[in-house]
Design a protein around this ligand. Sequence first.
Ligand code: ARG
Length: 303
Amino acid sequence: MELKALVLLLSALCLSDLTSTQDSCGKRLLVAAPGAFRIVGGREAPEGAWPWQVSIQIQSRHHCGGTILSNLWVLTATHCCHKYLRIIKSHFRVVAGLNVLSGPGDQTQIRSVREVKMHKDYNGITSDNDVTLLLLSSPLNFTDHVQPVCTPHNLAHEFILNFSHCFISGWGSPSYGGRLMNRLQEAEVELIDRTKCNLITWYNGIITENMICAGLESGAADSCQGDSGGPLQCYSEDEDRFYVVGVTSFGHECGLPHKPGVYARTSRFAGWLKASQGASVSAARRLNTRLISALLSAALTLL
Ligand code: ARG
């Protein structure tokens, strides 16, 4: 009798996992919507301000940032992983719900990495297509401190969303060549038009369509070493949600005028994101369906 109950419970758990698709994203539960307030030039992020921000660590040391897209998928930069592929499975870990690097609290959730999906057209010289998806070993539990962000469906959607405020966040250094920050930092930045960013005195044509520049013309706010892979996130007032608009990729030093941060433009990767996550999710679903049938037939035999 007890065994029967257990088997039925397990089937129910599998079923609920199968049906829990993501319908809420980009909401922060502990911090209000960005108001008129205004890394390099940053400040400490309030607790729970960026619940989709993760720290990607190698042997327990912060290596890069990342962004939670769903309970199983984290988005990061390819340049954070491609040289480290050999050690990736065993030594990489993803830390969510983290604010202070040296003192992970009760809210922190740690996962290892089951699969690394680097964009196949990543170019190490130009940094084009600097996006990678990490499949976690087991699902994250969403809490006040751990939430998924939204992703734009395509370029047109990115325009329609008409973002009012954009922010960068990370534990990266506060100046070029500096050391990591212990507390998560944030800074407000402006999206910079590609034509402007490609001017001779700016990046002189190296910004591809798959990239988006963000910062301040003066250089007063910028991402820096250690922020890579982390989010450039923008707030849609209409929807009252945050979208990941970019993945921190590169920049000429940090915080220099006319040399803003360059981010992989997520709206250009919407199709790739969907296809890459879909393939493994459907594999997981097939597995789950088989598990449910096995459990249910076991339960029926026991009746
Ligand atoms: N590539 C750097 C990293 O690995 C990110 C640099 C961003 N630079 C900038 N000036 N915004 O962490």
